[in-house]
Write a protein that binds this ligand. Structure first.
Ligand SMILES: C[S@@+](CC[C@H](N)C(=O)[O-])C[C@H]1O[C@@H](n2cnc3c(N)ncnc32)[C@H](O)[C@@H]1O
Length: 273
Protein backbone atom coordinates (compact mmCIF):
# COMPACT_ATOMS: atom_id res chain seq x y z
CA UNK A 1 0.00 0.00 0.00
CA UNK A 2 2.80 2.36 0.99
CA UNK A 3 4.70 1.79 -2.25
CA UNK A 4 1.52 2.24 -4.33
CA UNK A 5 0.93 5.60 -2.63
CA UNK A 6 4.60 6.42 -3.19
CA UNK A 7 4.42 5.70 -6.89
CA UNK A 8 1.18 7.70 -7.33
CA UNK A 9 2.73 10.69 -5.49
CA UNK A 10 5.80 10.36 -7.68
CA UNK A 11 3.76 10.33 -10.89
CA UNK A 12 1.66 13.34 -9.87
CA UNK A 13 4.70 15.27 -8.66
CA UNK A 14 6.91 14.61 -11.67
CA UNK A 15 4.07 15.35 -14.09
CA UNK A 16 4.03 18.89 -12.66
CA UNK A 17 7.75 19.48 -13.03
CA UNK A 18 8.95 21.81 -15.69
CA UNK A 19 12.34 23.35 -16.20
CA UNK A 20 10.83 26.89 -16.10
CA UNK A 21 8.97 26.23 -12.85
CA UNK A 22 12.12 24.82 -11.23
CA UNK A 23 14.19 27.79 -12.36
CA UNK A 24 11.62 30.19 -10.79
CA UNK A 25 11.32 28.26 -7.54
CA UNK A 26 15.04 27.87 -6.90
CA UNK A 27 16.46 31.09 -8.38
CA UNK A 28 16.83 33.41 -5.39
CA UNK A 29 17.49 30.73 -2.86
CA UNK A 30 20.02 28.74 -4.66
CA UNK A 31 22.22 30.05 -7.45
CA UNK A 32 25.25 31.32 -5.64
CA UNK A 33 28.37 29.84 -7.16
CA UNK A 34 31.29 29.04 -4.93
CA UNK A 35 34.68 27.36 -5.15
CA UNK A 36 35.36 23.98 -3.67
CA UNK A 37 32.35 22.17 -2.35
CA UNK A 38 29.08 23.79 -1.49
CA UNK A 39 27.04 22.35 1.37
CA UNK A 40 23.26 22.61 1.02
CA UNK A 41 21.80 22.03 4.44
CA UNK A 42 18.23 20.76 4.71
CA UNK A 43 16.98 23.82 6.51
CA UNK A 44 18.10 26.15 3.69
CA UNK A 45 16.57 23.96 0.97
CA UNK A 46 13.35 25.30 -0.60
CA UNK A 47 11.85 21.82 -0.20
CA UNK A 48 12.06 22.07 3.62
CA UNK A 49 8.78 22.98 5.32
CA UNK A 50 9.76 24.52 8.65
CA UNK A 51 6.29 24.44 10.27
CA UNK A 52 5.96 20.68 9.81
CA UNK A 53 9.69 19.92 10.01
CA UNK A 54 9.61 17.81 6.86
CA UNK A 55 10.83 17.68 3.29
CA UNK A 56 8.02 18.51 0.85
CA UNK A 57 9.16 16.08 -1.86
CA UNK A 58 6.30 13.60 -1.41
CA UNK A 59 8.00 10.29 -2.26
CA UNK A 60 11.15 8.28 -1.76
CA UNK A 61 13.72 7.68 0.95
CA UNK A 62 15.39 10.77 2.47
CA UNK A 63 18.18 10.52 -0.10
CA UNK A 64 15.75 10.06 -3.02
CA UNK A 65 13.98 13.25 -1.94
CA UNK A 66 17.33 15.03 -2.27
CA UNK A 67 17.97 13.41 -5.66
CA UNK A 68 14.71 15.01 -6.88
CA UNK A 69 15.33 18.38 -5.22
CA UNK A 70 18.88 18.56 -6.59
CA UNK A 71 17.67 17.86 -10.13
CA UNK A 72 15.11 20.64 -9.84
CA UNK A 73 17.85 22.97 -8.64
CA UNK A 74 20.43 22.04 -11.24
CA UNK A 75 18.58 21.13 -14.42
CA UNK A 76 17.19 24.39 -15.72
CA UNK A 77 17.81 26.57 -18.80
CA UNK A 78 17.14 23.50 -20.95
CA UNK A 79 15.24 25.26 -23.72
CA UNK A 80 15.99 23.57 -27.04
CA UNK A 81 18.84 21.53 -25.55
CA UNK A 82 19.94 18.05 -26.62
CA UNK A 83 20.28 16.07 -23.39
CA UNK A 84 21.72 12.58 -23.01
CA UNK A 85 20.95 10.57 -19.87
CA UNK A 86 23.32 7.76 -18.89
CA UNK A 87 21.84 4.81 -16.97
CA UNK A 88 18.29 6.12 -16.57
CA UNK A 89 16.91 2.82 -15.24
CA UNK A 90 13.12 3.02 -15.38
CA UNK A 91 12.25 6.59 -14.44
CA UNK A 92 13.65 9.87 -15.62
CA UNK A 93 13.07 13.34 -14.22
CA UNK A 94 15.55 14.87 -16.73
CA UNK A 95 13.33 13.56 -19.56
CA UNK A 96 10.36 15.50 -18.15
CA UNK A 97 12.43 18.64 -17.54
CA UNK A 98 14.11 18.82 -20.95
CA UNK A 99 10.94 17.93 -22.87
CA UNK A 100 8.92 20.59 -21.02
CA UNK A 101 11.54 23.12 -22.14
CA UNK A 102 11.25 22.09 -25.79
CA UNK A 103 14.49 20.14 -25.82
CA UNK A 104 15.29 16.55 -26.73
CA UNK A 105 15.88 13.65 -24.32
CA UNK A 106 17.93 10.63 -25.33
CA UNK A 107 18.76 7.83 -22.91
CA UNK A 108 21.16 4.91 -22.79
CA UNK A 109 20.84 2.02 -20.36
CA UNK A 110 23.03 -1.11 -20.20
CA UNK A 111 20.23 -3.28 -18.82
CA UNK A 112 18.12 -2.93 -21.98
CA UNK A 113 18.42 -5.62 -24.68
CA UNK A 114 21.46 -4.97 -26.85
CA UNK A 115 19.26 -5.05 -29.97
CA UNK A 116 17.27 -1.99 -28.80
CA UNK A 117 19.30 0.76 -30.46
CA UNK A 118 19.32 4.27 -29.01
CA UNK A 119 18.53 7.05 -31.45
CA UNK A 120 18.28 10.79 -30.89
CA UNK A 121 15.06 11.45 -28.97
CA UNK A 122 14.66 7.79 -27.94
CA UNK A 123 16.20 5.42 -25.44
CA UNK A 124 18.15 2.27 -26.12
CA UNK A 125 21.02 0.05 -25.10
CA UNK A 126 24.36 1.64 -24.29
CA UNK A 127 26.85 2.12 -21.51
CA UNK A 128 28.91 5.06 -20.46
CA UNK A 129 32.19 3.90 -21.99
CA UNK A 130 30.68 3.13 -25.38
CA UNK A 131 28.10 5.82 -26.16
CA UNK A 132 26.49 5.08 -29.52
CA UNK A 133 26.57 8.66 -30.87
CA UNK A 134 29.04 10.77 -32.86
CA UNK A 135 31.42 13.35 -31.38
CA UNK A 136 29.91 16.69 -30.35
CA UNK A 137 26.24 15.55 -30.33
CA UNK A 138 24.90 16.76 -26.95
CA UNK A 139 24.58 20.05 -25.03
CA UNK A 140 24.29 18.28 -21.71
CA UNK A 141 24.96 14.80 -20.37
CA UNK A 142 23.41 13.71 -17.06
CA UNK A 143 23.59 10.64 -14.85
CA UNK A 144 21.26 10.27 -11.88
CA UNK A 145 22.55 7.82 -9.26
CA UNK A 146 24.66 6.10 -11.91
CA UNK A 147 28.28 7.31 -11.71
CA UNK A 148 28.91 5.42 -8.46
CA UNK A 149 28.17 2.15 -10.32
CA UNK A 150 30.32 2.59 -13.43
CA UNK A 151 32.92 -0.13 -13.52
CA UNK A 152 30.67 -2.73 -11.87
CA UNK A 153 30.08 -5.85 -13.98
CA UNK A 154 27.39 -5.45 -16.65
CA UNK A 155 25.31 -8.19 -18.31
CA UNK A 156 27.07 -7.47 -21.62
CA UNK A 157 30.83 -7.59 -21.14
CA UNK A 158 32.65 -4.61 -22.59
CA UNK A 159 36.30 -3.92 -23.29
CA UNK A 160 36.41 -0.66 -21.37
CA UNK A 161 34.31 0.31 -18.35
CA UNK A 162 34.87 2.53 -15.35
CA UNK A 163 35.23 6.20 -14.65
CA UNK A 164 38.20 7.11 -16.85
CA UNK A 165 36.74 5.48 -19.98
CA UNK A 166 33.23 6.76 -19.17
CA UNK A 167 34.24 10.38 -18.67
CA UNK A 168 36.35 10.23 -21.83
CA UNK A 169 33.41 9.07 -23.91
CA UNK A 170 31.07 11.65 -22.36
CA UNK A 171 33.64 14.36 -23.18
CA UNK A 172 33.71 13.10 -26.77
CA UNK A 173 29.92 13.27 -27.31
CA UNK A 174 29.55 16.72 -25.72
CA UNK A 175 29.52 19.84 -27.85
CA UNK A 176 32.28 22.38 -27.04
CA UNK A 177 31.21 24.22 -23.86
CA UNK A 178 28.58 21.52 -23.13
CA UNK A 179 27.85 20.57 -19.54
CA UNK A 180 27.54 17.55 -17.28
CA UNK A 181 25.42 16.91 -14.21
CA UNK A 182 25.83 13.80 -12.07
CA UNK A 183 24.55 12.93 -8.65
CA UNK A 184 25.57 10.04 -6.43
CA UNK A 185 24.97 8.98 -2.84
CA UNK A 186 27.74 9.20 -0.30
CA UNK A 187 28.12 6.57 2.48
CA UNK A 188 25.72 4.20 0.74
CA UNK A 189 27.02 1.88 -1.99
CA UNK A 190 28.88 1.64 -5.32
CA UNK A 191 32.58 2.44 -5.81
CA UNK A 192 34.64 2.80 -2.65
CA UNK A 193 35.28 6.52 -3.13
CA UNK A 194 31.52 7.14 -2.90
CA UNK A 195 31.05 4.74 0.05
CA UNK A 196 33.76 6.56 2.01
CA UNK A 197 32.83 10.06 0.81
CA UNK A 198 36.34 10.69 -0.52
CA UNK A 199 35.47 13.93 -2.29
CA UNK A 200 39.08 14.61 -3.26
CA UNK A 201 39.30 11.32 -5.16
CA UNK A 202 35.95 12.03 -6.82
CA UNK A 203 37.33 15.37 -7.96
CA UNK A 204 40.48 13.66 -9.28
CA UNK A 205 38.36 11.54 -11.63
CA UNK A 206 37.89 14.72 -13.67
CA UNK A 207 41.56 15.72 -13.82
CA UNK A 208 42.69 13.83 -16.95
CA UNK A 209 40.49 16.00 -19.22
CA UNK A 210 40.25 19.80 -19.50
CA UNK A 211 36.89 20.20 -17.73
CA UNK A 212 36.10 23.80 -16.79
CA UNK A 213 34.26 25.12 -13.78
CA UNK A 214 33.96 21.90 -11.77
CA UNK A 215 31.34 22.44 -9.05
CA UNK A 216 30.54 19.97 -6.28
CA UNK A 217 27.65 20.13 -3.84
CA UNK A 218 26.84 18.07 -0.77
CA UNK A 219 23.15 17.76 0.05
CA UNK A 220 21.69 16.45 3.33
CA UNK A 221 25.09 16.15 5.02
CA UNK A 222 23.76 18.86 7.34
CA UNK A 223 20.35 17.25 7.78
CA UNK A 224 19.14 18.74 11.07
CA UNK A 225 16.35 19.30 12.04
CA UNK A 226 15.43 16.41 9.73
CA UNK A 227 16.35 12.89 10.77
CA UNK A 228 19.72 11.25 10.13
CA UNK A 229 19.51 8.64 7.36
CA UNK A 230 21.93 5.86 8.30
CA UNK A 231 23.25 3.41 5.69
CA UNK A 232 20.68 0.60 5.35
CA UNK A 233 22.05 -2.82 6.39
CA UNK A 234 21.66 -4.28 2.89
CA UNK A 235 23.92 -1.59 1.43
CA UNK A 236 26.48 -1.93 4.23
CA UNK A 237 26.79 -5.63 3.34
CA UNK A 238 28.15 -4.66 -0.10
CA UNK A 239 31.04 -2.70 1.45
CA UNK A 240 33.32 -5.72 2.10
CA UNK A 241 33.41 -6.41 -1.66
CA UNK A 242 33.78 -2.81 -2.78
CA UNK A 243 36.24 -1.27 -0.30
CA UNK A 244 39.93 -2.13 -0.42
CA UNK A 245 41.82 1.15 0.14
CA UNK A 246 40.20 2.27 3.40
CA UNK A 247 40.22 0.91 6.93
CA UNK A 248 37.49 -1.02 8.73
CA UNK A 249 37.64 1.70 11.45
CA UNK A 250 36.63 4.34 8.91
CA UNK A 251 33.69 2.20 7.74
CA UNK A 252 32.57 1.59 11.33
CA UNK A 253 32.77 5.31 12.03
CA UNK A 254 30.67 6.06 8.92
CA UNK A 255 28.05 3.48 9.96
CA UNK A 256 27.84 4.87 13.46
CA UNK A 257 27.98 8.57 12.81
CA UNK A 258 27.37 9.67 9.25
CA UNK A 259 24.16 10.45 7.42
CA UNK A 260 23.76 9.24 3.84
CA UNK A 261 24.23 12.37 1.73
CA UNK A 262 24.02 13.33 -1.91
CA UNK A 263 26.98 14.55 -3.95
CA UNK A 264 26.30 16.48 -7.14
CA UNK A 265 28.94 17.22 -9.75
CA UNK A 266 28.75 19.79 -12.52
CA UNK A 267 31.36 20.85 -15.07
CA UNK A 268 31.72 22.14 -18.62
CA UNK A 269 33.65 20.86 -21.57
CA UNK A 270 36.24 23.34 -22.70
CA UNK A 271 35.05 25.55 -25.56
CA UNK A 272 38.26 24.90 -27.54
CA UNK A 273 37.59 21.21 -28.24
C1 LIG B 1 20.66 3.09 -8.99
S1 LIG B 1 20.25 2.89 -10.66
C2 LIG B 1 19.61 4.50 -11.02
C3 LIG B 1 18.63 4.49 -12.16
C4 LIG B 1 17.97 5.84 -12.47
N1 LIG B 1 18.94 6.79 -13.00
C5 LIG B 1 17.30 6.40 -11.26
O1 LIG B 1 17.71 7.46 -10.75
O2 LIG B 1 16.32 5.79 -10.81
C6 LIG B 1 21.84 2.90 -11.46
C7 LIG B 1 21.76 2.88 -12.96
O3 LIG B 1 23.08 3.02 -13.51
C8 LIG B 1 23.16 2.13 -14.59
N2 LIG B 1 24.58 1.80 -14.86
C9 LIG B 1 25.41 1.02 -14.15
N3 LIG B 1 26.61 0.91 -14.77
C10 LIG B 1 26.52 1.65 -15.90
C11 LIG B 1 27.42 1.93 -16.97
N4 LIG B 1 28.66 1.42 -17.01
N5 LIG B 1 26.97 2.72 -17.99
C12 LIG B 1 25.73 3.25 -17.95
N6 LIG B 1 24.84 3.03 -16.97
C13 LIG B 1 25.23 2.23 -15.96
C14 LIG B 1 22.37 0.91 -14.14
O4 LIG B 1 22.02 0.04 -15.19
C15 LIG B 1 21.18 1.56 -13.49
O5 LIG B 1 20.15 1.86 -14.39
Amino acid sequence: MHSLRNSISKRIYTSRLSSDKCAREWKDLYWKESDGIRVISCNECPKFIAEDVRCSVPFGSPIRKCVTAAQEANLHSLSGKDLLEIGFGKHSIPRRLVKSAGGTWTGIEPLLPEAKRATIGKSGFGHVADIPFPDGTFDIVVGIQSIEHWGEPLPVASLKTGHAAGLEDIYRVLKPGGSIYFCAPIYLHGHEIFITGDIERVRQLFEPLPWNNIRLELWRDKHLPLERYPTPGADAKTWEQAVSSYSRELLDDILANRSVSLLTIKANKSTDH
